[in-house]
Structures are given as structure tokens and as C-alpha cells.
Design a protein around this ligand. Structure first.
Ligand code: DQA
Length: 151
């Protein structure tokens, strides 16, 4: 089965209680369940992780790069300033979909720019946790098309 990592940055472990007007009522456990269920439906081996430590996220991105695995990434606040996370994303050899639960473009000025977006295959923002499901749907189609092209 095709491996896809769903990686989440700082404070996303607090989903469901954190600024529910912005991020919604789905808990982090609910998000994990949504991604795993979507993965099962799509025939993807989905592994969901969350960290508040930047070096840990970078190590996970290195792991995905080494395995040539696709990644769905919500870099959270690191999106806006972490060149280290961006550089790790640039190492990836399979598609990367950047996801933001909120529409970062309608929020505070400092959230409007993501340093990660320039090295992402695509970006989904503002569709709530459904953005993760849509990212996985896209990856399932795209990875299947890439495999066919290789045959
Ligand atoms: C976020 C948006 C970021 O600006 C914020 O720091 C987050 C979550 C989102 O999913 O909307 O933690 O990435």
C-alpha cells in the first residue's frame, strides 16, 4: 500500500478546544480518525503525527524524503517563518500538499504568507478539517496516475 504521512505542527494537538470559532470543533483524535478512515477508503497507508518540536517535524520530513513518501502537511505557525521546515520540505521526492484549516489569507497579516507554499505541490486553506480529506483524495488520484505513467 502507498504510504502517506499526515504531519501536523504546533498547537494542532489542541484541536477541538483551541479557538473553535477559527478551527472548528473536531478534536485532534477526530482528525486522526478522519484521515485514517479516508486512507482506508482510498487504499492508502495513512500515518498521522503531530508535534510541537520543530526538530521532530524536520526528522519526519527527512524520513518521508528517504522513503519517497507523499506528505500532507499543516505546518501551523511554522508556515509563516520556518525556513528550516521549508528546506526539509524541499527534500521531498513525492507530492506535498500543504493544508490550513483556516483561511490564512483572511486572517492577521503575518499569516498571509507561507514560506512552505513555494515548495508545495498544492495548497488547501479555509475548508476546515475537510481540507485533509481532500488532500488525501488528490494524492490517491495523483499517485495512481503517476504509477500508471511509469508502467
Ligand atoms: C493553521 C494556520 C496558522 O496560521 C496557525 O498558526 C495554525 C493553524 C491552520 O490550520 O489554519 O496553527 O495552519
Amino acid at each position: 500500500m502507498t504510504k502517506v504521512y499526515v504531519l501536523n505542527g504546533p498547537n494542532l494537538g489542541r484541536l477541538g478546544t483551541r479557538q473553535v470559532d477559527v478551527y472548528g470543533l473536531t478534536s485532534y483524535a477526530g482528525l486522526v480518525e478522519l484521515c485514517e478512515r479516508t486512507g482506508r477508503e482510498l487504499g492508502l497507508d495513512v500515518e498521522v503525527r503531530q508535534t510541537d518540536a520543530e526538530h521532530e517535524l524536520i526528522a519526519w520530513l527527512h524520513e518521508a524524503a528517504d522513503e519517497a513518501a507523499a506528505v500532507v502537511l499543516n505546518p501551523a505557525a511554522w508556515s509563516h517563518y520556518s525556513y528550516a521546515v521549508r528546506d526539509a520540505c524541499a527534500l521531498l521526492r513525492a507530492p506535498l500538499v500543504e493544508v490550513h484549516i483556516s483561511n490564512i489569507h483572511t486572517r492577521e497579516e503575518f499569516r498571509h504568507h507561507s514560506v512552505v507554499s513555494a515548495v508545495a505541490t498544492g495548497v488547501i486553506a479555509g475548508l476546515g478539517v475537510d481540507g485533509y480529506r481532500l488532500a488525501l483524495l488528490h494524492l490517491a488520484d495523483r499517485l495512481a496516475a503517476d504509477r500508471q505513467a511509469d508502467e
